[in-house]
Design a protein. Structure first.
Length: 417
């Protein structure tokens, strides 16, 4: 049961209590009528009953009218219940009054004042009931007004929610359209790049085929040269020129060894896990082992703590040393085996900022002022100068100051993490 129904039931109970109060008032009227001295054609009990019936009907009529006006629920049921209660009350009171009138003699009434007061009291009671009905009607109107205001607020909130949802939907649609447009543009750009790349791929394939053909021709020419040399060698042997043949063979062997060491003058690509992060590449063909890093250390010869300005990489004797980057040779010491404790060493100027130094070499293959390429063989690993074994002492100088060379390299293992 909701709150409005509870309030209506309470209002009905108040009305019933008010009828009970009127009942008590009418009993007092009857007692006063019995003792009054006013003469009248009808008996006092009949007059009081008439007044009771008139006042009760007036109060009930006003109450029902107010309930109808306020629009309360259950008005019809309340009216029936009140009518039944009034009829029952009137019936019982009438019976009592008749019995009392039959048992007692009539007494003349000399003053109508008590009856008037009784009628006045009934009128006041009816007025009170009427005021209560008005108050109930006012409360009903206030409740209806509050309900209307709440409904308006709810409608306004719902409209605002719908508007917000529509705006959000428009934004979502717009975003989806922009995304689709971006995807389409990306696809178009990719297709265009593929179209542009296809001619380049074809050209590279043609160049590779041409290179293969040239290499095949070179192989054929070399085979012909070898055959001609073999014939010449056979002719020399037949002529008895053994000494010339031996000299030629020695010269060819020495040249072959140097060609292998220098990689035929072509740059060597190191197969190493160390990747350069700036302009540098690893200065040896393999990783090998770093035996002494940059910084303070215990000197392997004196046993004292001293500053080590480079990175020592142990490698087999005669391992090719590679230029870490393009540059110009500024020092190429291949004569002084001490070389300021560096032994045979090479220094290369790469740009206005960086220099590299390669020390303790077995042999030096470059000269001062020579332009070298990254990966070109410039010397061989050795143990000249202040050294305890075959290794490369590798330095990087930035604006003339030694820095840690390993700051310019990163391991492939660390990149994969």
């Amino acid at each position: 049961m909701d709150k409005n129904k509870l309030e209506k039931i309470k209002l009905f109970e108040k009305r019933v209590r008010l009828v009970g109060y009127q009942k008590h008032t009418l009993f007092r009227i009857r007692e006063k009528s019995e003792h009054s001295l006013y003469a009248r054609e009808n008996s006092s009990e009949e007059y009081a009953a008439d007044r009771l019936e008139s006042g009760t009907k007036t109060a009930v009529s006003q109450t029902i009218h107010q309930l109808d006006k306020a629009g309360r629920w259950g008005v019809r049921e309340s009216r029936q219940n009140v009518s039944k209660a009034v009829e029952k009350f009137q019936r019982s009171q009438a019976e009592k009054l008749v019995r009392q009138a039959q048992n007692k003699p009539e007494v003349p009434i000399h003053s109508p004042q008590p009856i008037r007061q009784t009628g006045k009291s009934v009128g006041q009671s009816a007025k009170s009931i009427k005021q209560m009905g008005k108050s109930s009607a006012k409360a009903a109107r206030t409740s209806i007004k509050t309900t209307q205001h709440t409904a308006k607020s709810g409608i306004k909130t719902a409209q605002h929610t719908v508007k917000t949802a529509e705006q959000a939907g428009k934004v979502s649609v717009k975003t989806a359209e922009q995304t689709a447009k971006t995807v389409q543009q990306t696809a178009q750009a990719t297709a265009k790049a593929v179209k542009v790349a296809i001619p380049a791929i074809k050209a590279a394939a043609k160049a590779a085929v041409a290179g293969a053909k040239a290499a095949a021709k070179a192989v054929v020419a070399a085979v012909k040269g070898i055959a001609a040399g073999a014939k010449a060698l056979a002719a020399a042997i037949a002529a008895g020129g053994w000494i010339v043949v031996v000299v030629i063979v020695l010269i060819c062997c020495i040249g072959g060894v140097f060609a292998l060491l220098l990689n035929g003058g072509q740059p060597v690509v190191p197969e190493t896990n160390w990747i350069g992060t700036e302009i540098f590449e690893w200065p040896l063909p393999r990783d090998y082992t770093i035996t002494s890093p940059y910084g303070y250390r215990e000197d392997p010869i004196t046993g004292q703590i001293s500053f080590h300005s480079g990175t020592d990489i142990a490698a087999p004797e005669a391992t090719p040393i590679l230029a870490a980057a393009d540059g110009t040779v500024t020092i190429a010491n291949g004569n002084d085996s001490w070389g300021e404790s560096y032994g045979y060493y090479v220094k290369i100027q790469h740009d206005e900022t960086y220099e590299t130094l390669y020390a303790h070499c077995l042999a030096v293959f470059v000269t001062v002022g020579q332009e070298v390429k990254q990966g070109e063989v410039i010397a061989l690993v050795g143990s000249t100068g202040n050294s305890t074994g075959n290794h490369l002492h590798f330095e990087v100088r930035e604006d003339g100051i030694e820095v840690d060379a390993m700051e310019f390299f990163v391991s492939r293992k660390d990149i994969g993490k």
